[in-house]
Design a protein. Sequence first.
Length: 445
Amino acid sequence: MLRKLKAAERSLSLVLAFGALLVSPVSLDAQRAAAPKAPPAKPAVTKPPDVSALLKTASEAFDHKDLPAAVKALQAVLEAEPKMTAAWFNLAYAYTGLGQKEEAIKAYKKTLELQPDLFEAHLNLGILLMELKRPAEAQPQLAKAVELKPEHTRAHLYYGRALSASGQPDAAAKEFQEAMRRDPALAIAPFDLGQVLLTRKDFAGALEAFQKASELDPKLSQARLGAALALEGLKRDPEAAAQFEHYLTAQPADFETRFHLARIDLQQGKNEKALEGLQMVYSADPKMPGVAAALGDVCALLKRLPESEKYYREALAASPGEPDLHRALGQTLLDQQKYPEAEAEFRACLKLDPRNKDAFKGLATSVYLQKRYGEAVPLMEAQAAAPNPPVGLYFVLGSCYDHLRDLPKAIENYERFLALSQNQNPDQEWQAHQRVKLLRRELRK
């Protein structure tokens, strides 16, 4: 029996591969005319800065994508005119491009102090906070952006993302649907909707949304991944596997998904195909959690027992406290007739998980095969006392008592085996018949 895959091992998340789309810098000259003027400067010895020249420098710097120069010029502008809204906004934009995101946030907030209803600042600040995984802070900014420009598709899109990340899937779905209504050609909107529906386990709805995204943008490979996960949720594994394959053609380096597909193949009995996929994952990242154990499983199924042992030992080195890995290694060792080593692994499993029935059975078998019949009997009897014991157990018990020369109990267990087996195990039935005849003769002597 192979290890049972945990639910957590089968989970797979979609990752957005789409960067934020900030609103571009505004026209500095136009905004300067409308911005509040700073009080006239007092006479000073030093010459006041030429704000117009600095604004021109900043604009040219943006044109040439020279963001450090733009920051320097805008900082000088704001020293002279600290209430120029456009300069604060463009400074925030430049900081964002330089990766100085905390400085960008401060500059956007200063922009909004000066002009609270500036849509572009609310939108960009919200997007920036989402990039920093701060959806609770982003949400009010994006809600305000939607309020200011309800016709703006991207505002609905990012507001939906903030709501989704804040644990409000129903409200998020409405925003994504509104984005779809306003721009039916925007593939990312049904994609985002599909993600929300996937988390709500609305697999049919998610599949429809991901298929729509793929129709709108065939290059959107993650929509294929989403469709595969939705199909898997609908228990349509063969179709899911086909979608995973299609996705991996476009994203061959996504080894997490390749691992996931290999486990599906393993569950469907496609052992050679699963082995091929797992070996690819192992070659790329041998320390990926679970991959060595999965290779142990598939090699055990394919009777490649030395390889199975190798991978299980490697998995145990990384996770020595995982009881079922000890049990799986014990079974592989048992199949290789390495009985003392198998016994040690079954005992290690039972120490961690005393109720593991398969490990208990493996321990009894390994002790029996080492011909320690006296130790094997209580282990076998405990199994026989459990509900629905396997028929073959009584043959083994008969054999144990036979070797221990407890003839009545040997006969009792052989006969119970014969009564239950009913031509299911012809070789053992023949042996049991012969032993019963001989043991009865001995008892009559």
